[in-house]
Design a protein around this ligand. Structure first.
Ligand SMILES: [Zn+2]
Length: 178
């Protein structure tokens, strides 16, 4: 099976979100991340990284852990978007591709990631606009954003709280912080 092959059936993203039975009135980013982690039965670690402006985020599924690397140089509201987008890839089990030169080998080594298959989110191109998995992830983000706004918790998407700041360990100790 090629890495880019998609299942035949389009995913009903809205239905998947409903099936999560998540209470958006209690939305808080890390709480939502934990909910998804429990759902897929695999921990999710958020790792800030000073990517160049073209790279928004990367999802790397390791054997016992899902890693979401997000560009720490973009505004908070965008960081949340990136993390939600990558969460959708995890939840919807989207196809991964071999990642070349996106993350430094010593970082991958420190995280014990041996094979780097995953997904990279870059600034939108024609290719990403035509990629069904990318569209589904963006649809997921949109629905989550709407649900959070409806629950009167817009600030959870726009204002940095302590929750996401807690995820600093590996990159800080390795001097990747910008
Ligand atoms: Zn993506």
């Amino acid at each position: 099976m090629s890495a880019t092959q998609m299942p035949d059936e389009a995913v009903d993203v809205k239905r998947v979100i409903t099936s999560l039975e998540y209470d958006f009135h209690k939305f808080e980013l890390t709480n939502f991340v934990d909910h998804i982690a429990r759902w897929v039965r695999k921990p999710i670690e958020l790792v800030p990284f000073p990517f160049t402006a073209q790279i928004f985020g990367v999802w790397v599924p390791a054997p016992n852990q899902n890693y979401i690397f997000y560009n720490e140089r973009v505004p908070y509201v965008h960081r949340v978007h990136i993390i939600l987008h990558e969460l959708a890839h995890i939840l919807l089990n989207h196809p991964r591709h071999k990642l070349e030169d996106v993350l430094p080998p010593e970082l991958l080594q420190a995280l014990r990631i041996e094979e780097t298959y995953g997904r990279t989110r870059t600034a939108p191109t024609e290719a990403t606009r035509l990629d069904r998995a990318e569209q589904e992830s963006e649809e997921f983000v949109l629905i989550v954003q709407r649900s959070v706004v409806k629950a009167n918790l817009l600030s959870e998407l726009t204002q940095e709280s302590s929750s996401i700041a807690a995820f600093k360990p590996v990159t800080d100790s390795m001097g990747y912080n910008s």
